[in-house]
Design a protein around this ligand. Structure first.
Ligand code: HEM
Ligand SMILES: *[C@@H]1O[C@H](CO)[C@@H](O)[C@H](O)[C@H]1NC(C)=O
Ligand SMILES: *[C@@H]1O[C@H](CO)[C@@H](O)[C@H](O)[C@H]1NC(C)=O
Length: 340
């Protein structure tokens, strides 16, 4: 018994000190397992350091960038797959691109960070590193800068040549969507209900526009203007920031922190907030009351270590979603443009 404890202890200590999350723990079923850690070790050994440097430097100037980069990765992976389709300004078909969708539209941010990384990486090793991998590396930096250990990032993704606004509108969850439907969207990515609840801990940082939640304050339903699941004090605070009389134009320019307590840190405060009726989006708050997710919220609110380990694994797993590899797709030279 003593010996097993010793070995388990040694493994735990090793994991704590190195912050290593083994990608083999986070294999999705299906495709995406062709990605490898250290994919660019010989073809572009400096790429991960370049990403680290650029994200750290730009985030120092604008501390709201890490949440934007994490969301960008999620929005890339959920529409078709992690293939940088979210970054394209146009496609050969000429159809409106993902950036023009309602779900991305005016709220997607951080694109200039990806541009700067790509410029530097092209100088270092031309036509070698995909934009899809850059998004995955940048999301890792965002997570690390926000307080979590640095996870390993399996790479080898290629970039797509297609991007359609209609796909983004179909595949991106929205705050008013029934939980049933959101669960199905995650399942389509081979992400379980637990993965979903764990990933939503990303809403422990960043911002949302008034337009995303004012229905909960003023027109929840015909008889009840305010969502009864909303903590009364928190509801009043939100109403102060996004008054009913606010113009639509102003509401689409005003933001509120997703986690009012620790808005720039990735932590379990999100789950603690949910238990107090302080979930900003309807899709957040419902997690604490629905029988399929309530127990998971309780478990995450109780243990930072449990949540952070599961979160890093789930991010790696999400990053394997429907990737293009080997002879599929291409490697763009500018993340906004497909190869002509
Ligand atoms: C039920 C699923 C989800 C819904 C309905 C949802 C919806 C939203 C909405 C409406 C916003 C505010 C956007 C704005 O007004 O600017 C937001 C922000 C954000 N979301 Fe989600 N989201 C979901 C899942 C996720 C996941 C899985 C992640 C990452 C793993 C994520 C990461 C973020 C981050 C970091 C922000 C802050 C962005 C910023 O500060 O610019 N979300 N989300
Ligand atoms: C999910 O798993 C199935 C079955 O293993 C696989 O065919 C599919 O490609 C996977 N989906 C994603 C998004 O990785
Ligand atoms: C971020 O990653 C670095 C390098 O692995 C690590 O030393 C640091 O502790 C990480 N940050 C946090 C908050 O864990």
């Amino acid at each position: 018994m003593g010996r097993h404890r010793l070995i388990a202890g040694a493994i735990l200590i090793f994991t704590l000190f190195t912050g290593v999350i083994f990608p083999s723990d986070a294999q999705g079923e299906g495709n995406g397992n062709g990605l490898t850690v250290g994919f660019y070790a010989s073809s572009c050994p400096k790429v991960e350091d370049i990403v680290t440097e650029v994200v750290a430097r730009l985030s120092k100037q604008d501390p709201t960038l890490p949440p934007a980069l994490l969301r960008l990765f999620f929005h890339d992976c959920f529409v078709k797959g992690c293939d940088a389709s979210v970054l394209l300004d146009e496609t050969p078909s000429g159809q409106p691109v993902e950036k023009k969708s309602a779900g991305n539209g005016d709220t997607i941010r951080g694109l200039e960070v990806i541009d700067e990384i790509k410029t530097q990486v092209e100088k270092e090793c031309p036509k070698t590193v995909s934009c899809a991998d850059i998004l995955a590396f940048a999301a890792r930096e965002a997570v690390n800068l926000s307080g979590l250990p640095r996870h390993t990032v399996p790479a080898g993704r290629h970039d797509s040549r297609t991007s359609r606004a209609s796909d983004a509108d179909y595949y991106l969850p929205t705050p008013a969507m029934p939980l049933e439907k959101i669960i199905a969207m995650f399942a389509e990515r081979n992400l379980t209900i637990e993965d979903m609840v764990v990933l939503l801990g990303a809403h422990s940082m960043g911002q949302a526009h008034c337009t995303q939640f004012t229905d909960r304050l003023y027109k929840f339903n015909k008889d009840t203007p305010r969502d009864p699941s909303l903590n009364a004090i928190y509801g009043n605070e939100l109403a102060g920031k996004c008054p009913e009389a606010m113009s639509k134009e102003q509401a689409s320019r005003t933001t509120v922190d997703l986690d009012p307590t620790t808005p720039r840190v990735l932590d379990i405060q999100y789950y603690v907030n949910l238990l107090q009726g302080r979930g900003l989006l309807q899709s957040d708050q419902v997690l604490s009351t629905d029988s399929r997710t309530g127990g998971i919220v309780n478990a995450m609110a109780a243990s930072s270590d449990t949540w952070s380990t599961k979160f890093l694994r789930a991010i790696i797993k999400m990053g394997r979603s429907n990737v293009l590899t080997e002879d599929e797709g291409e490697i763009r030279t500018n993340c906004r443009n497909y190869l002509k």
